[in-house]
Design a protein around this ligand. Structure first.
Ligand code: DQA
Length: 147
């Protein structure tokens, strides 16, 4: 199984950015930990980050074309604004995409309470810090093996 973690705007600054909300761990460490954890199960994990909406869409299309088994998408603030990402996720169906957030967006500002991508995703995990990524991979691994 191969999965891709796709991170949107400002997540390249994870570990430095608002640590009280997003923690002190950077994305490289998160992905390294996940690779080690899941490798014994034959799971490969790729990672991509962009601050640009169109690049995230291109990455979803590539994941589909290249035969990934699923994607974990933290679209950052584009979660709350992007119909184009919603359409991209639908366009690559049935590739399962899990929406992930590090923070519990529902405890935060009102503008974070709406996700334009949830309805296109197979599930949503939010509020568990960087553990949210691991939970998403576990969900994908369970889902894709039982399909
Ligand atoms: C986030 C939550 C979003 O509202 C925010 O814009 C982010 C990160 C999260 O992981 O908690 O950039 O997706």
């Amino acid at each position: 199984m191969k999965y891709i973690i796709i991170n949107g705007p400002n997540l390249n600054l994870l570990g430095q950015r608002e640590p009280g909300i997003y923690g002190n761990t950077n994305m490289e460490s998160v992905v390294e930990e996940l690779r080690q954890r899941f490798a014994p199960q034959g799971v490969e994990i790729a990672c991509y980050q962009s601050n640009h909406e169109g690049d995230l869409i291109d990455c979803l299309h590539r994941a589909w074309r290249e035969g990934y088994d699923g994607a974990v998408l933290n679209a950052g603030a584009y979660t709350h604004t992007s119909i184009a990402l919603h359409d991209a996720i639908r366009a690559i169906a049935p590739l399962p995409v899990v929406e992930v957030h590090i923070s519990n967006v529902h405890q935060r500002e009102d503008f974070r309470h709406t996700s334009l991508i949830s309805a296109a995703c197979c599930g949503v995990i939010c509020g568990f810090g960087t553990l949210s990524y691991r939970l998403a991979i576990e969900a994908l691994a369970g889902r894709t093996t039982t399909l």
